[in-house]
Design a protein around this ligand. Structure first.
Ligand code: ASP
Length: 313
C-alpha cells in the first residue's frame, strides 16, 4: 500500500534578503499544516481527492499564500479567484474562475465536478451556484491583506513607469497553491487554487482552471502548476507531463524536467509543478529562485522546502 502527497504554495518566493526567520517559520508551518491535513486522510485510507482538497483548503485559509484568503488583486483592485480539481481514476474534472466571495474555491471546483453537467463555471453564475449549495461565502474584507494591496500599488507604479515583465520581483509575479496525491487504492488526484497574478486584467483566466494546463490527473500521474499562467496554458503543462509518461515511457522526474526546463524555460515562462506518479514518486521542479513546497513520497520521505538550494526532488 503506497500513499504519497506533494504540494506547493507557489513558485516565486520572497527573496532571501526580504525573508526573516519568523516569516520563514510561518511559511514552513503553513506548508506543514497543509501536508498533514492531506496526508492524515491518506493514512486513514481516504481518497486522493479528499486529501488534495483538504491540503488546498488549508492553504486557501492561510493568508500567507495567494489563494482564497490572501489572494492578489487585479488591475481594478478586485480579487478574482480560480481553482480546479481533477480525479485521475475517473478522469473527471471541475474548475471555477472569477470568484470574489467563495471562502474555499477548491470546494466549489469539486462541486462543479460532482454536481453539474459541466467542467468549468465562472463569475457571478459560479458564485450563485456556490450560494445555492450552501458553501461558505465571505465579504471582501475576509480575503484582504495589506501585503497584496501594497503589491498592486507597486505593480501599477511599475507599469506606469514602462517597466517590463523581467523587472518584477518573483514574489510579486507568482503564487498559487496546489496538491497532488496517490491513495492506498492507487487513485491519483490534483487540486489547484489561486488569486492569479497581481494586476492581471479583470476577467483574465489563468492556467489553474484550465484542465491540462495548471491542473491534471489521470491513471499515470497528477500535476499541479504554479507560475506564469499564460505559458502553462500555451505548453499544456499538466497534460504534456502525463503524455511524456505514456508515450515516451519517461520517469516522472524526467518528464517534469523536460516540460519545466526544456519547454517553459526557453519560452520565457517561469514557475514549477508538484507532481506524483502511480508509484508514489514525487517531483517538484521549478525554474525560479524558489517554490514553497512540501511532500511525503511513497517511501515515506518528507520534505518541506522553500529555496532552490534546499533538497530538490
Ligand atoms: N499560475 C497562476 C496564474 O498565472 C499564478 C502563479 O502561480 O504564479 O494565474
Amino acid at each position: 500500500m503506497t500513499i504519497a502527497l506533494a504540494l506547493h504554495g507557489g513558485a516565486g518566493t520572497l527573496r532571501r534578503s526580504d525573508m526573516n526567520p519568523e516569516l520563514e517559520d510561518a511559511y514552513r508551518q503553513g506548508l506543514e499544516r497543509a501536508l498533514e491535513a492531506g496526508h492524515a486522510i491518506l493514512r486513514a485510507g481516504g481518497s486522493a481527492l479528499d486529501a488534495v482538497c483538504a491540503s488546498v483548503c488549508a492553504l486557501e485559509d492561510d493568508p500567507l499564500f495567494n489563494a482564497g484568503r490572501g489572494s492578489v488583486y487585479n488591475l481594478d483592485g478586485k480579487q478574482e479567484m480560480e481553482a480546479a480539481v481533477m480525479d485521475g481514476c475517473r478522469q473527471d474534472a471541475g474548475s471555477v474562475t472569477g470568484l470574489a466571495q467563495v471562502q474555499n474555491p477548491v470546494r466549489l471546483a469539486r462541486a462543479v465536478m460532482e454536481n453539474t453537467p459541466h467542467v468549468t463555471l465562472g463569475f457571478a453564475a459560479a458564485e450563485d451556484f456556490s450560494r445555492r449549495i450552501g458553501l461558505p461565502m465571505q465579504p471582501p474584507e475576509y480575503f484582504h491583506t495589506d501585503k497584496r494591496w501594497q503589491a498592486l500599488q507597486l505593480e501599477k507604479e511599475r507599469i506606469a513607469n514602462g517597466g517590463g515583465d523581467d523587472d518584477i520581483p518573483e514574489d510579486r509575479k507568482h503564487g498559487t497553491v496546489g496538491a497532488v496525491a496517490l491513495d492506498a487504492q492507487g487513485r491519483l488526484a490534483a487540486a489547484t487554487s489561486t488569486g492569479g497574478r497581481t494586476a492581471k486584467w479583470a476577467g483574465r483566466i489563468g492556467d489553474t482552471p484550465v484542465i491540462g494546463a495548471g491542473t491534471w490527473a489521470d491513471a499515470h500521474c497528477a500535476v499541479s502548476g504554479t507560475g506564469h499562467g499564460e505559458y502553462f496554458v500555451r505548453a499544456a503543462v499538466g497534460h504534456e507531463i502525463s503524455a511524456r509518461l505514456r508515450y515516451l515511457d519517461e520517469t516522472l522526474a524526467s518528464a517534469c524536467d523536460a516540460v519545466v526546463h526544456g519547454q517553459l524555460t526557453p519560452m520565457g515562462g517561469t514557475g514549477g509543478v508538484a507532481a506524483v506518479d502511480r508509484f508514489g514518486r514525487v517531483a517538484l521542479p521549478f525554474n525560479c529562485e524558489g517554490m514553497y513546497r512540501a511532500a511525503i513520497d511513497g517511501e515515506g520521505r518528507k520534505l518541506i522546502a522553500i529555496y532552490r538550494d534546499e533538497n530538490q526532488r
